[in-house]
Write a protein that binds this ligand. Structure first.
Ligand SMILES: [Zn+2]
Length: 268
């Protein structure tokens, strides 16, 4: 029995030893298998890092750019489109054929009938500021503008003794060539306290300018707009653009050219 027991013990010890060896072998294999896996991750990390950074950078750049565009387009009047009838651009870069708007008579002038009510109210409001405020010119056809322009050119040639080309340059400092005058839209009105350009009291002009957007009008040729309009300051030329557009343009201090460009840039 004791011999059998010791044999059994020996066999048990051998099994335990084998088991321990097997366990040790398993541990070694496990450690070996972990090593390359770990090194692979370390290799992968630095190479993937710039990719991650680039991704993060480009994402943040595009999201901030999108944010700016979104805030700019959120800022723009929601209903406004560059193709809206009241935002039509007529200038030397946008020579336009006869537009033949439906006209309504307002005092001594005619304007596009769609703005008759607001123009009437605007004139009344301006008159409340200064009783001398009165409309001077409204709608002018391209044909009439052509006659007017040619008359001015002839006058300048005669009085100054200059060539036709020279005379045109002089005339274009105060009159638009045919097809380039906003008066053909029926949306522009010259209104002042006096019948001469830039001779009205500046404080009156300033006061009228403040109330103009409430009736959908803006002073079209502000001093600060001349770079974008190509026209020198005019204290009497009021342009109808609609209340929302007028308020936005006045608040942002931008010309119609700049406003239409902003709308187009926003895909509107
Ligand atoms: Zn005018």
């Amino acid at each position: 029995m004791p011999q059998r027991r010791s044999r059994k013990r020996k066999v048990g010890a051998e099994i335990a030893l084998l088991f321990l060896l097997f366990l040790g072998l398993c541990l070694c294999l496990l450690l070996l298998s972990r090593q390359p896996a770990g090194s692979h991750r370390e290799e992968a990390s630095p190479s993937s890092l710039p990719v991650l950074q680039t991704t993060v950078f480009s994402t943040s750049t595009s999201s901030s750019a999108a944010g700016k565009t979104a805030s700019a387009s959120q800022d723009l009047p929601s209903e406004a489109k560059s193709s809206d009838w009241n935002l039509v651009l007529v200038n030397r870069d946008n020579i336009t054929e006869e537009m033949n708007p439906n006209l309504a008579t307002i005092e001594n002038i005619t304007l596009d009938s769609r703005i008759a009510d607001q123009a009437t109210q605007f004139i009344a409001a301006a008159r409340a500021i200064n009783a001398q405020e009165h409309p001077i010119s409204g709608y002018r056809s391209v044909a009439y503008q052509t006659t007017l322009y040619n008359q001015y050119v002839q006058q300048e040639m005669t009085t100054r003794g200059i060539t036709e080309e020279e005379a045109k340059k002089v005339v274009e400092t105060y009159s638009q060539p045919p097809g380039a005058s906003e008066h053909q839209t029926g949306l522009a009105m010259d209104m002042s306290t006096v019948d001469s350009l830039n001779q009205s009291d500046a404080t009156v002009v300033s006061a009228v300018k403040k109330i103009a957007p409430e009736y959908g009008f803006v002073l079209r040729f502000e001093k600060s707009y001349s770079a974008s309009t190509g026209i020198e300051y005019e204290d009497w030329h009021w342009r109808y653009v609609g209340v929302e557009n007028a308020k936005y343009m006045t608040e942002k201090q931008i010309s119609l050219e700049e406003y239409v460009a902003q709308l187009k840039a926003a895909g509107k």
